[in-house]
Design a protein around this ligand. Structure first.
Ligand SMILES: [Zn+2]
Length: 244
C-alpha cells in the first residue's frame, strides 16, 4: 500500500490529479500521476503563479533546468522562455558544440543587463562555489522589477549556513564529508557546496541588492508536503530614487 495516495489540484497540470508516494521520503516520492512532478516542483509553480501571474508573457531564463514539471511547462507555454547549462570546457554565450544547449556560466553571464523579467534556478544554489557571484549576476540581468524564483533546500533549520566544500588553487577542498545530488548533465552527480540555513536570504540580498522572501508551502490539497522545499522569491527593486 502506498504511504500517501490522495487526490488534489496539481498546479503544474492545472487540473485534479492523484498524488502517490510509495515511501516516506516525500521530497522525491510524492509524485503527481499526471506530470510526474515532485513537491518542490509544485511549490515553485505555486510561487510563480503568486508572484508572476503573467509569466506566459515574460522574458524568462532558467539556469540548468531539470526537464521535469516547471521547466517543461515553461518550455511549452511561455514563448519567452530560454535556458542554459554550463560546461567550463567550451566558450560561453554560444551553443555547446556537441550538446547544443546554450552555454552560460552563472558567475559570468554573457547577457546584457536588464535582459529578463524572470530568472529561475531549481536546486542550484547548494551546488555553486561562489553563490555571491551567481546571485549578483542574476540580479544584473534582471530588469528593474524583475524576479528571481529559486528553489533551494534549507537543511540547517536552526543553525547558520555552513560551507561543505570550496574551490582553491589546488582544487576542491572538502570541509565536510562529500555529498552529491543527481544532476541532469553530469553523470557522477553534483557536489553539495553549502548547507544553507535561513540566513541565505540576508546573504544573497547583501551580495545582489535583491530582496528575498522565503516561502514554505505545506498544502496536501495541491500535493505539496515534504522536507526542504523552500522557494526563494527575490525581487529587484522597480526603481531607485535619484537623490542628486
Ligand atoms: Zn501534475
Amino acid at each position: 500500500m502506498a504511504f500517501i495516495d490522495i487526490e488534489g489540484f496539481c498546479p503544474i497540470c492545472e487540473s485534479e490529479q492523484r498524488f502517490v508516494a510509495e515511501g516516506v521520503w516525500l521530497r522525491d516520492e510524492l509524485k503527481c500521476l499526471g506530470c510526474q512532478s515532485v513537491p518542490r516542483h509544485r511549490a515553485l509553480m505555486v510561487a510563480l503563479r503568486m508572484y508572476c501571474p503573467d509569466w506566459r508573457e515574460m522574458q524568462i531564463h532558467e539556469g540548468s533546468p531539470v526537464w521535469q514539471g516547471p521547466s517543461n511547462k515553461l518550455f511549452r507555454e511561455a514563448p519567452g522562455y530560454s535556458w542554459s547549462f554550463f560546461d567550463p570546457a567550451v566558450p560561453t554565450g554560444v551553443n555547446h558544440p556537441t550538446a547544443g544547449w546554450r552555454n552560460e556560466n552563472l558567475e559570468a553571464l554573457t547577457f546584457p543587463a536588464n535582459s529578463f523579467d524572470l530568472f529561475i534556478t531549481q536546486d542550484v544554489f547548494e551546488h555553486v562555489f561562489e553563490p555571491q557571484r551567481d546571485v549578483a549576476e542574476i540580479a544584473r540581468v534582471l530588469r528593474p522589477g524583475g524576479v528571481h524564483i529559486c528553489s533551494v533546500p534549507i537543511v540547517n533549520k536552526s543553525s547558520p549556513s555552513r560551507r561543505r566544500a570550496r574551490l582553491t588553487a589546488q582544487g576542491v577542498e572538502h570541509l565536510m564529508e562529500p555529498q552529491y545530488h543527481g544532476d541532469p548533465v553530469h553523470a557522477d552527480g553534483s557536489l553539495v557546496t553549502v548547507d544553507w540555513g535561513y540566513d541565505i536570504a540576508a546573504y544573497l540580498d547583501r551580495h545582489s541588492g535583491l530582496h528575498t522572501t522565503i516561502l514554505y508551502i505545506d498544502d496536501l490539497s495541491r500535493g505539496i508536503r515534504a522536507e526542504a522545499i523552500e522557494v526563494l522569491i527575490m525581487h529587484k527593486h522597480p526603481f531607485l530614487p535619484d537623490l542628486r
